[in-house]
Design a protein around this ligand. Sequence first.
Ligand code: ZN
Length: 195
Amino acid sequence: MEKQHNTSDKKRTNYLSWDETFMLMAGIIAQRSKDPNTQAGTCIVDESNVIVGLGYNGFPRGCSDDSLPWRRGLEFKLSETKYAYVVHSEVNAIYNANKPVKNCKLYCVLFPCNECSKTIIQTGIKEIIYQEDWYHDQEEWIAARKMLDMAGVTYRQYTPQHDIKRLFAQSPQANTQPNNPDATNTDEFIFEEII
Ligand code: ZN
């Protein structure tokens, strides 16, 4: 089908905000995670809104996703759970950064825990934009906010401006067949859960 061109000489107004753009990036990279319970993603951007690093929750490089445990639960020894091994998305994004993250913004699907907050503070990140705050009242997150407040790192919850699903449904690509038919068969990748 031939593309229908818009003849307007005015710029588009229905474009994504920076917050929406980078939170989508965080949500997409989160889908790389092998964790059966939690898919967390982080996107770090500099003061010019250029992406500096992406990360998701996973085991360190060289540590097999198939050999280490993904289970959680207090009935197991620490070394028998994922908690002993997983690197959180925020810290992975900092490790993956292609330049120092001083004064950068960090977009994350989940509010950072206390351990990630330490790294966020120490590397000079200035602002956190988060989507969910599921563990707000747990000790680690109380400690996280205490440290972030002391260190002057600001945080705010993401507010979407668009119905992203509708926006994507309007794109011409939405009507084309994907090259990989398997990609449409999985029920694990639920786009609306990450935006
Ligand atoms: Zn963390």
